[in-house]
Design a protein around this ligand. Structure first.
Ligand SMILES: [Zn+2]
Length: 420
């Protein structure tokens, strides 16, 4: 324990691939060293930090009556085939074969393994509830490992799994875990928010993410300046913005040369961006075309569009798909387009776009727009749906105070998987 004997090689020069400060500091102070892309060795000081964090987690898990176990890193493919996730997990899963040709993976998570472990022996309601957890290495074959430990391919994760008799038991276990996480991150000294989240690849109904607030974070969060409200920006429903009432004028076709973007258009006509209504089009699973209309100063939340329409893969629509529905790329609007059948062709209009009086929108004719458009009168057969992304200063859906858009690092997540 002598500092004079401490193996703590420090660095003066920061390697070029260390882009963010946490990565730079850990390398300079001799906490970690890179051993390969997204693979790190922990040196004595780094390991001591890791052990202290693990001790906090272990205490809080013990406090809620959760029991520690250790499951293997290498998992047989059969249990993943049984759950249907062998292929669904995609290229992020490290797969390997043994000398007999048996298929395995390096566990990215352990739902399959824990369920297999307990299903023959956890038989009576009298044995429940029971929560088993572990602190174990996890593996994800990231497309681009980066940001040091933040997006690495091997990492240590605490994962716990509760087994409950009924829904009520599930809610209680969820709350226990949620409270334990809150205590863990508080004790670690993090500034964090609990946000409502999407269950994503893991599945299930109800989920919260714990986000440490940091500029280096890859997630965008909306957070109220007054109350406790916080949400993943993709999950947040933006409020409808009303504009000052005007007498509706007649629609007019106007020539708008060299207006490639909505900003060019607003400048050319000398009108504010919010008096324009812009169009963004997507294709979902290659079979549904969705035209989305939002106010010119807003952007489309593609997760909200996908949740509304359904389907899996959302991509920008191609020119051919647009033309097949009577839409002119660059000048799209519901006016003079095909009528949506709400099966293969959808037109979604954000409520704030619906509220624009005497606005400007595309005419489905190259080089032309319509002005004095009043969507409630002029957009026929469209579906009104909240599809815009929240912006700084929007009203909080709970208390009405202005919200902030901040960045965060996901440090924990709790799911209610139910019977999945
Ligand atoms: Zn609020």
């Amino acid at each position: 324990m002598l500092a004079s004997k401490l193996y703590s090689p420090t660095l003066r020069e920061i390697p070029a691939d260390a882009e963010i400060s946490s990565h730079q500091y850990m390398l300079k102070a001799g906490l970690i060293r890179k051993s390969g892309g997204g693979l790190y060795s922990f040196l004595p000081l780094g390991r001591r930090v890791e052990l202290k964090i693990e001790a906090i987690i272990r205490e809080e898990m013990n406090n809620i009556g959760a029991q520690e176990i250790m499951m293997p890193i290498v998992q047989p493919a059969e249990i993943w085939h049984e759950s249907g996730r062998w292929n669904a997990y995609g290229p992020e899963m490290f797969k390997l074969e043994d000398r007999h040709g048996g298929q395995f993976c390096l566990g990215p998570t352990h739902e399959e393994l824990i369920t297999t472990l307990v299903r023959n022996e956890l038989r009576s309601y009298k044995q429940m509830p029971v929560t088993l957890w572990q602190m174990q290495n996890k593996y994800r074959d990231e497309l681009r490992p980066r940001f040091g430990l933040m997006r690495s391919r091997e990492f240590v994760m605490k994962d716990g799994y509760s087994f409950d008799v009924d829904e009520e038991g599930l809610h209680k276990s969820y709350q226990d875990e949620y409270d334990a996480y809150t205590r863990i991150f508080t004790r670690c000294g993090l500034e964090f928010k609990q946000v409502e989240a999407d269950s994503g690849q893991i599945g299930g109904n109800h989920s919260h993410e714990f986000m440490a607030l940091a500029q280096a974070g890859e997630a965008e969060i909306v957070s109220c300046s007054q109350c406790e409200y916080a949400a993943d920006i993709e999950k947040a429903t933006a409020p409808t913005l009303e504009m000052a009432a005007e007498t509706a004028k007649d629609v007019e076709l106007i020539e708008t040369p060299n207006c490639a973007t909505i900003e060019d258009l607003a400048q050319f006509l000398s009108i504010p961006l919010e008096k324009t209504i812009k169009a963004v089009a997507f294709t979902i699973d290659g079979e549904k075309t969705v035209l989305c209309m939002v106010r010119g100063d807003h952007s489309v939340n593609d997760v909200a569009v996908q949740n509304f329409v359904g389907g899996n893969a959302i991509e920008p629509a191609t020119e051919d798909e647009l033309k097949a529905h009577g839409l002119q790329p660059g000048y799209m609007s519901p006016i003079d387009a095909d009528k949506p059948d709400n099966e293969t062709f959808f037109i979604l209009v954000d409520p704030s776009a619906m509220a624009v009086p005497n606005g400007v929108t595309g005419a489905n004719k190259a080089g032309y727009h319509y002005q004095n458009v009043n969507p409630a009168r002029d957009f026929k057969d469209v579906t009104v749906a909240s599809i815009r992304t929240m912006v700084e200063g929007d009203a909080c859906p709970h208390c009405g105070a202005p919200i902030h858009v901040v960045r965060g690092i996901e440090v924990g997540q709790v799911f209610e998987l139910g019977t999945k």
